[in-house]
Design a protein around this ligand. Structure first.
Ligand SMILES: [Ca+2]
Ligand SMILES: [Ca+2]
Ligand SMILES: [Ca+2]
Length: 213
């Protein structure tokens, strides 16, 4: 588990990068963030390039769409939240959805993370990714097996902000796979969505993000 590794150096660099890049709002209204990546523009369109050495490309999309974002971690992993990220501005969604893919089953990649707090000093809430034992890791619990080079549709439903910590149900490819997963910490809202990999020299694809209050 790398999810709680943080460093003061990363904190400073990330915050500076955020201030100077002034990310524009993503999708639609303030109670919804969406990105289907169909315009082929990633880093000049609201997403911030974090401190890790990632190549950010566009590639074939999920669910019959044209474009996804492809994240290649070049060399060693250097920290959590070091891929690309987008502000969510204290959203309290009740529904989250995205597609993810990776090209192997024995590394850790394709992290979709939701967190709270200043960039670089995030409080983790949700972290879902392809784990190295060929199952999908959902907030610390590895669950359903996955295959390489295959898109998976994740949905977080029934997000209950009244619980302490808040909880969610996890659906994969339209089937509920687990109910009542706890957030890592009791937070009041999300400030960030982060996309990154854990293992050195790994590749992942993410597409069709919907975060809706
Ligand atoms: Ca797409
Ligand atoms: Ca875009
Ligand atoms: Ca970078």
């Amino acid at each position: 588990m790398h999810l709680f590794k943080l460093s003061g150096i990363i904190l400073v660099i990330c915050f500076t990068a955020f201030v100077f890049s002034c990310p524009a709002p993503g999708g639609s209204s303030s109670d919804e963030f969406t990105d289907d990546f169909e315009d082929g523009i990633i880093l000049d369109d609201g997403w911030v390039d974090g401190t890790g050495d990632y190549t950010v490309d566009t590639d074939t999309g999920a669910d019959g769409t044209t474009t996804s974002v492809k994240l290649t971690l070049n060399g060693a992993w250097t920290g959590n939240y070091n891929g690309i990220y987008h502000p969510l501005n204290a959203m309290k969604p009740t529904y989250v959805s995205w597609y993810a893919k990776t090209d192997q089953t024995n590394m850790e990649a394709g992290i979709f993370a939701l967190s709270r707090g200043p960039k670089g000093a995030e409080t983790p809430a949700v972290g879902i990714y392809f784990f190295s034992d060929s199952t999908i890791m959902v907030n610390g619990g590895a669950a359903v097996p996955y295959a390489a080079n295959t898109w998976y549709h994740h949905e977080l439903k029934n997000i209950n902000w009244n619980n302490s910590p808040p909880t969610f149900d996890w659906w994969l490819d339209g089937v509920e796979r687990g109910a009542g997963y706890n957030f890592f910490f009791d937070i009041p809202s999300f400030d960030w969505v982060d996309l990154y990999n854990f293992s050195d020299n790994t590749v992942s694809w993410i597409d069709e993000i919907v975060i809706r209050e």
